[in-house]
Design a binder for this molecule. Sequence first.
Ligand code: NAP
Length: 516
Amino acid sequence: MTELLSNHLAGRWQAGRGHGSPLFDPVLGHELVRVDAEGLDLAEGFAFARDTGGAALRAMRYGERAAMLSAALKVMQGRRAHYEEIAIANSGTVKNDTAVDVDGGLFTLGQYAKWGAALGDARFLRDGDAVRLGKEPLFQSQHLQVPTRGVALFINAFNFPSWGLWEKAAPALLSGVPVIVKPATATAWLTQQMVKDVIDAGVLPPGALSIVCGSAKGLLDQLRPFDVLSFTGSAATAAVIRSHPAVAERSVRVNIEADSLNSALLLPDAEPGSPAFDLLVREVVREMTVKSGQKCTAIRRIFVPEALYGAAAEALGARLAKTTVGNPRNETVRMGALVNREQFDNVKAGIAQLREQADVLHDGSAAPLVDADPAVAACLGPVLLGTGRRDVDGAAAVHDVEVFGPVATLVPYRSLAQAHALVQRGQGSLVSSLYGDDAQALAATAVELAACNGRVHVVTPDVAQAHTGHGNVMPHSLHGGPGRAGGGEELGGLRALNFYHRRAAVQASEAVLAKI
Ligand code: NAP
């Protein structure tokens, strides 16, 4: 039997009492390690994090906690090579895709360490200035943001075992709130190893960071009114979480990052072969293939002017055809695996659903794999679909079915107004990207689409080298989206701290407020 990974709860490493669930190599098919959370005393673990971890963190100032994040970062930078080995084995990712997760997580942690250092010796945050409550200045109201006195529970998705932890844990720990993370079972190994390294290095106070690997059973039952819950995963699980008594009855604050049908939109001024056209093609192909399309921010729908549909299909197909797929250990491979065979089957089923309303423009799904057995490996080449000039307004599946793999659909539009309406058919997305060369039209479209997107990423030829990528989540910018995307908000610089703080107004005399 393979190694059983430990859980860290109540300040100690603890094994589950069951046989555990196996984690696999998605390319070679063999079992790697096991995880198990059966029989853990969750009540004890949550109380320890809340009381011991929370008190220790709150005794520190923002600047001290920022230094603690820097120390954690340093520990993990020294273990980078080991994380890459785990990612290749358990996520089947090529070097570049591993970097998106591992280095993306460490970069985000480093950013919060920097931003937190600037908060210095403060113990809470002032929210705006005091305002008079009457004609005279004597009695005023000052809003404060104070760290919540509970734990932050993270239930994470399989696709970002590193970034998914640190993009949430950095602002939580900086805020002074202890973290309990439950990684998705399929890829829990990397999260567990990072948590283990940081805890074993002794750079965090006991109870500040805990991890439960395995089933989520019973975790939500532990949540109390001042705790917060951050969930990333499917809309179906999100619905279960929203209706749990912790959320529905105990008002546990919840942040949900769910699925999203993100868009790329080429504005009407583009010509085939123009810089804006080429930038769209490059970005779409990158988004379809990075992490085998298993990115919540990946482009799923591509909108181009009707006259450019054929040229766009041809240019995208030609680039996608160059994608070598297979074993990430082979240097010639550009795209590795999906997370497991179950996702492989889900992606195939999703493609079949889209095919009912769209044609296949490029089919990489049957292309030979490099150094991988197609009967075993969860590897699938990119598939581009297109609605052509059929009833694009009626093609519901294209705007509704998120295929979590290297799959996207090209859709022609007749007018910019129709393009806006089609983007909005996604019912709320994490990100849309715009491509063009007309600053005025791009700015107007960005504002128009801001209401249904967490982020609008505008690519013009002058930022061809400078822009950070449609799907790359920068800690400086908001991550999350309205409606279908879950309605959550993460990152966005120090805005991320809001989720882990409670806002309160103190109404008092000028003299009292001056002492705060
Ligand atoms: P999932 O099945 O919803 O699982 C997400 C997490 O929830 C996992 O840790 C899972 O644990 C846990 N979970 C499952 N059932 C639960 C329950 N009843 N109560 C509490 N927790 C439960 O999603 P997934 O398949 O891992 O992720 C893929 C989906 O996530 C994609 O479809 C994508 O749309 C979405 N996603 C969104 C974002 C974003 O930022 N918006 C990012 C990544 C992924 P186990 O693994 O142990 O089952």
